[in-house]
Ligand binder design. Structure first.
Ligand SMILES: *[C@@H]1O[C@H](CO)[C@@H](O)[C@H](O)[C@H]1NC(C)=O
Ligand SMILES: *[C@@H]1O[C@H](CO)[C@@H](O)[C@H](O)[C@H]1NC(C)=O
Length: 189
């Protein structure tokens, strides 16, 4: 039972995360993918919080540039000879399917060396905080459900019991403590 509730929570949180996560990032922002003005793509990538399912959009003049996805070694060495994938449309959307590093360079001679290269990283910790909101909504729903529960109707003594579960728990603990104090006090008297 506990396991199935936990699985349900994971589903709710996971579903919310998937819905809220997918974002599209234009590489270099307004500068795009270029060597003009020497954009610092390392600084650009660091300023983002990439998540699984996000999309990179490389916009550039296809007469002057391209986008090659390469290995880490080829990224470091600016080696354009053995790309894993080559993009040449001038407006390439690349979805990031999983965690890890993605290395892109421009394959035109000299451009990678001039800084037209970007290292995209999706870490284990790159999760979105909006994922918390579906859970919060669920909790609020449970609380308002308790308020309309017939069991929460006023008692004969008029004391309203339509209070939050946390308050009931605190009250029960306080009552138990008072009982314990009174009982042990009675023993020593
Ligand atoms: C680009 O930005 C990174 C991170 O802020 C910095 O370490 C690096 O020195 C910069 N590179 C250049 C060429 O300015
Ligand atoms: C590039 O493609 C996106 C859609 O993927 C579109 O919104 C955008 O206008 C395009 N940019 C250019 C310069 O064609």
């Amino acid at each position: 039972m506990k396991t199935s509730i936990f699985a349900l929570l994971v589903l709710i949180i996971g579903g919310g995360a998937r819905l809220s996560e997918a974002a599209a990032y234009k590489v270099g922002d307004s500068a795009g993918w270029t060597i003009l003005g020497n954009p610092n793509y390392t600084a650009w990538a660091i300023s983002k919080n990439f998540k699984v399912g996000d999309t990179l959009v490389f916009e550039y003049s296809k007469k002057f540039h391209n986008v090659l996805e390469v290995s880490k070694a080829d990224y470091k060495a600016c080696n354009a000879a053995s790309p894993m994938v080559a993009y040449t449309s001038g407006n390439d959307s690349i979805t990031l399917p999983r965690r890890g590093h993605y290395f892109f360079i421009c394959g035109v001679p000299g451009h990678c060396g001039a800084g037209q290269k970007v290292d995209i990283r999706i870490t284990k910790w790159s999760s979105s905080s909006p994922a918390a909101s579906p859970l919060a909504t669920t909790t609020t729903g449970a609380n308002s459900g308790a308020a309309t529960n017939p069991a929460a109707a006023p008692r004969p003594n008029g004391a309203a019991t339509a209070v939050a579960p946390t308050a009931i728990l605190v009250f029960a603990q306080a009552a138990a403590l008072l009982y314990f104090v009174a009982y042990s006090g009675g023993l020593t008297a």
